[in-house]
Design a protein around this ligand. Sequence first.
Ligand SMILES: [Mg+2]
Length: 237
Amino acid sequence: MGVRAVVFDWGGTLTPWHDVDLFAQWYAYAEVYDPENAASLAHRLQEHEARRWLQQRESNGAVAAGALDQLFLDEGIDINGARHLRALGSYLDFWAPHTHADPDAKDVLAALQQRGYRVGVLSNTMWPRAHHQEVFERDDLDEYIDAALYTSELPVAKPHADAFRTILEQLGTEPTDSVYVGDRLWDDIAGAQQVGMRAIWIPHSRIPDEQVPDATARPDAIAHRLLDVFSIVESWQ
Ligand SMILES: [Mg+2]
């Protein structure tokens, strides 16, 4: 059966993997929100976040990590206050250099769209849609994406089957005529294959072992650079 849709993961896939200091991201927030107690606030936010990702992983995605706002609410922060919004700006500034698209991203998405494939994004993320949309607009990718699904808006997350089924519903395609592209063997490759999609692995991310409960999935293909995705998908037609 031919291919009608290609769905991409975001971090480590459309955007190359970066080793990010997870304490530093929260310190960037905390030093603006509460300069005198920045280190302790940053530690607490980091712990809230780690707990939520762990819960997501241990439930096999049945419970999503939730939305970024929830971390601040857990900490009793007024998410509509000016102080929070300034601090959130500092957090996003910290992230900006780590979110630039892969140099191949625009070319591969444009080539797929031009050949008539539906193009989707499915990302495990706590960020709201607006943050991701800003990044895609900055990097001129938004016009090539037919549907994007962020698990900050969902009750479930990858590798849960419903996450994959939901993006395919939005694209109007079936698992057997859809391909997933991701950098994680458990969340992405095993997750997509369990619903009947083919899966292409991007093998360059340095994912901590504890984030990979099972690395036995075998991808249908490996793309050593993102542009290879186009020729792999064409070879399956
Ligand atoms: Mg990824």
